[in-house]
Structure formats: structure tokens, C-alpha cells
Design a binder for this molecule. Structure first.
Ligand code: ES4
Ligand code: ZN
Length: 326
């Protein structure tokens, strides 16, 4: 078996996936049509041509616009179930999915509509695809902390169906310190914690996520490599880093895939994992992320096994379940 086939067939967990970022243009057109919402593109090709980003903000502007066609519970169900089928097809056995409630509540869609559509799809995938899943509610960091606290309150009726909270959207200028209180309140409610940090922002933001938010896992975290002390801290504590290679390439976090530092991260004994982030926008799902890296950075069989192991070990699954995958 060659390395690409090996990487594709190995059982894996996906820990960094924004459900709104799995919105394929074909489904976007279909849902826009049935909801009678105009979109500024005439064809799938025109949509794809617009997916050309110089940085995170240029991507986010298009991502929020795309999410604007999601109105009904059925829309959230269809979006989620389509992703779960693709994940199962890539031999993903467990997935921890981000959703951004504020992206929808700010346009008048209820928290309940969003989460009930997603939860029903997760339920059906457990049954039909043998795919286990957790949900991560992500706060939008470009909004203020009070807005995140209101979102936390809206989530409480669904507390048993949400495993963790996250922090995403525009990183620069919105440091983790801005959200210390809502993260503390979220922990009090029993939620696990993670935060996007060190994608465009500096290593200092990763320190803040660790020391001020007390996160269990860091999303991205690429910039930790600028700070030797931070590398040691992350490695000693075996904090998971959910790395997203195609995202890093498309958002110019790395200059080229061949410059991707994930192998260096493994050499530092960091708990790096491979994930797809926003696969409909960045050119592929989890297996594509593995495949596209193998040749440019020379990932070997041992690296691939380590990355797959890391994905289960740094998941929020209970230890007894993690062991069944190792
Ligand atoms: C995101 Cl790649 C990335 N970074 C920050 N926030 C996000 N939301 C969706 N994708
Ligand atoms: Zn992300």
C-alpha cells in the first residue's frame, strides 16, 4: 500500500471543522433557491473563483455571507449531514464539530433552529454511518464578551449536547484576554475549552489561551514555533494542536505547503493533528489534507500513524474510548 492510500484508510478523528465552512457551493445554491435568497454568483465556477484569499478576514467575509442562506432547521440538518457523509468516507470515526451560533442569531435565526438541525444530523450519523461526534459552540471574537455570555446562556437548555466551547473569527486585535470571564463561566457549566490562537496572532495569544482561558486544546497554534518556552510548555503538557494544512496554505499562514511546519511540530513532541477547518472553502476534506502534504514535506508512515493517534488522544472522548482506537 502506498503512503497516500495508507493515510486515507487509517481511522482518524477530526477535531477542527467549522460546520458553516463545509457548505459546498452546490448545496448553497440549492438552499438559496428554496429559501428565495439571492446570491451574488451565477454559477458554481463563479463561486469557486471567488475563493481566493490573501488573509483570514477576506475568507471570513465570504464565509459569513455564505452562511446567510441558512434559515430553517432542515438547512442546518442538510449542511451537517452532507459533511458527516464526507467525513465517514474519509475514515473519520469521531468528529468534534464547531458551530458559530452568533453568525445565525445575529440575523434573526434562533439558537434552537440552528442546534436542533445540527443535532438531528449528528444523531442520524451515529445510527447510519457509525460516526461518533461532539459539538463545540464557538464564540465570535470580533463581537464583545457580553454577546458571548448571552450565547452561553442560550446554550444552557442544550448543555448535555454540547461538549466544549471555542473561540474563532478575526484573531488580530481580539486576544483571548477579552474572553476570560465567559470562558470561566463556560467551565463552571461543565464545558471543555478550546480557542483558536496563533493562526495569524502571535505566540503571546497562545500563552493567553493557556493561562487566562485555561483551554484544554489550541486550535491552529502554528505561531508557537516562534517561542521555545511555549513549545516546551505545550509539549510537557501534551496540549493538542489542531493544525489545518490546506487552510494555512489558502489563508497564507504558510507561504507554500512545502513550508508547512507540522513535521517540525512532531519532532518537538507536540501533539499536532491534521484537520480540514473549512473544507468547502480551502480545497478539501481531511484526507485531502493528508494527501497534499505527504510529498511536499515528506511525511512518512510513522508520522501518519502518530498524527492519527494524536487525533484520538487529544479528542474530548473519555480515556476508555480513546484506548479502543490506539
Ligand atoms: C476560521 Cl480558519 C478560521 N479561523 C478563525 N475563525 C474561523 N472561523 C471559521 N474558520
Ligand atoms: Zn478554524
Amino acid at each position: 500500500m502506498n503512503l497516500i492510500t495508507f493515510a486515507q484508510s487509517i481511522p482518524k478523528a477530526e477535531l477542527h471543522l467549522h460546520i458553516e465552512g463545509s457548505f459546498e457551493p452546490e448545496l448553497m445554491f440549492e438552499i438559496a433557491r428554496r429559501n428565495n435568497i439571492p446570491i451574488p454568483y451565477n454559477s458554481i465556477n463563479e463561486v469557486k473563483a471567488a475563493y481566493n484569499f490573501n488573509n483570514l478576514q477576506e475568507f471570513l467575509d465570504i464565509y459569513y455571507a455564505g452562511a446567510g442562506v441558512l434559515i430553517h432547521k432542515q438547512d442546518f440538518y442538510d449542511l451537517t449531514y452532507a459533511y458527516l457523509c464526507r467525513a465517514a468516507n474519509d475514515n473519520v470515526k469521531h468528529v468534534e464539530i464547531f458551530f458559530d451560533p452568533q453568525t445565525h442569531t445575529h440575523r434573526g435565526i434562533s439558537f434552537e433552529t440552528v442546534i436542533e438541525g445540527i443535532l438531528e444530523a449528528l444523531h442520524d450519523a451515529r445510527k447510519n454511518l457509525d460516526l461518533s461526534s461532539y459539538l463545540i459552540m464557538s464564540y465570535l471574537r470580533h463581537l464583545d464578551e457580553d454577546d458571548a455570555i448571552r450565547t452561553l446562556q442560550q446554550s444552557l437548555p442544550y448543555r448535555d449536547h454540547i461538549t466544549a466551547v471555542g473561540l474563532d473569527s478575526s484573531e488580530l486585535g481580539n486576544p483571548p484576554s477579552k474572553f476570560a470571564e465567559v470562558f470561566s463561566l463556560s467551565r463552571d457549566q461543565g464545558y471543555k475549552l478550546c480557542a483558536h490562537a496563533g493562526e495569524e496572532g502571535p505566540a503571546e495569544y497562545i500563552w493567553e489561551a493557556l493561562t487566562l482561558l485555561n483551554v484544554d486544546r489550541i486550535d491552529h497554534g502554528n505561531r508557537c514555533l516562534d517561542d521555545l518556552k511555549l513549545i516546551t510548555e505545550l509539549s510537557n503538557r501534551q496540549i493538542g494542536l489542531t493544525i489545518c494544512p490546506l487552510s494555512n496554505d489558502k489563508l497564507q499562514v504558510v507561504s507554500d505547503l512545502s513550508e508547512h511546519p507540522i513535521k517540525t511540530m512532531l519532532e518537538h513532541n507536540l501533539k499536532a493533528t491534521i484537520n480540514s477547518d473549512d473544507p468547502a472553502y480551502f480545497g478539501g476534506y481531511i484526507n485531502q489534507n493528508f494527501t497534499d502534504l505527504i510529498t511536499p514535506i515528506g511525511l512518512n508512515e510513522q508520522n501518519i500513524i502518530q498524527l492519527a493517534k494524536n487525533s484520538f488522544q487529544t479528542s474530548f472522548l473519555p480515556d476508555t474510548e480513546i484506548e479502543t482506537y490506539l
